[in-house]
Design a protein around this ligand. Structure first.
Ligand SMILES: NC(=O)c1ccc[n+]([C@@H]2O[C@H](COP(=O)([O-])OP(=O)(O)OC[C@H]3O[C@@H](n4cnc5c(N)ncnc54)[C@H](OP(=O)(O)O)[C@@H]3O)[C@@H](O)[C@H]2O)c1
Length: 225
């Protein structure tokens, strides 16, 4: 049976990944940090794991909970936005730590734990980045803290890709998606975004030469870093 792990699946994009993979009959390990989030995942017949990516004691249980599992797909989706700012707005240490801890340090702590399970299946390891993390495509400095965090995520993906022997690693931009984070004026619904990213993840191992260590839009087009 095909198996996926979704890190950060209580709502939004992560939750929709669980719904779609379950609909297709996959076994899905999915994480949430609240009891309500865990209950909702169990209702979808996912294997619900309690995980807060900013809590080290919570991360340490991940490896034994996945013992013996081979992951066709793993997705680091957990993420937070920064306050919406314009220009070079002052950033407090607390704001910086919150955003970088979740988006970057979380990914750097989860990746080494999860990679062996993706390697075992020759699967795909996807990381939710953002077009706002692209340095080449930066035309605005709005929300510069969030932008910096996603640029750092892109670097993390390349570093993980250099480590992976069989797994294929990709950074993905989900589009501007109608979720709590994206807001109701966003361009696309969560179903469209996740359907597109699942196609990217599915195609990646077969096209490892081009996809490994790459940055992809949800519609399959490559993005520049
Ligand atoms: N929506 C967009 O337009 C858009 C665009 C570009 C990139 N992205 C990226 O796509 C990913 C998902 O975004 P979304 O729109 O679905 O956001 P969302 O609706 O705000 O959901 C964020 C998810 O991350 C989880 N999370 C946050 N902090 C966590 C922590 N410390 N430990 C574990 N889980 C944590 C949340 O769990 P809780 O419910 O427990 O808070 C929730 O499940 C993010 O990485 C985001 O940066 C989104």
């Amino acid at each position: 049976m095909k198996t996926a792990l979704i890190i950060g699946a209580s709502r939004g994009i992560g939750h929709e990944f669980v719904r779609q993979y379950r609909e297709d009959g996959w076994r899905v390990f999915a994480t949430a940090r609240s009891d309500d989030g865990l209950a909702a995942l169990r209702e979808m017949n996912a294997d619900a794991l309690k995980l807060d990516v900013t809590r080290v004691e919570s991360l340490s249980g991940l490896s034994w909970q996945l013992d013996g599992v081979e992951l066709d797909v793993a997705i680091y989706n957990a993420g937070v936005n920064s306050a919406r700012t314009t220009g070079l707005a002052p950033i407090t240490k607390a704001e910086f730590d919150h955003v970088f801890h979740t988006n970057v340090l979380g990914a750097m702590q989860v990746a080494p734990l999860v990679l062996p399970f993706v390697e075992a299946a020759g699967g795909t390891f996807g990381f939710l980045s953002s077009r706002m993390g692209s340095i080449a495509l930066m035309e605005s400095n709005g929300s510069w803290l969030y932008r910096a965090s996603k640029a750092a995520v892109n670097s993390v993906v390349r570093a993980v890709a250099l480590e992976a022997q069989r797994a294929t690693c990709v950074a993905m931009h989900p589009g501007w998606v109608r979720t709590d984070m994206g807001g109701e004026d966003a361009d696309i619904d969560v179903q469209t975004s996740v359907r597109g990213m699942r196609r990217v993840l599915a195609r990646a191992p077969g096209e490892r030469a081009t996809h490994h260590g790459g940055f992809y839009n949800y519609d399959g087009n490559a993005l520049t870093w």
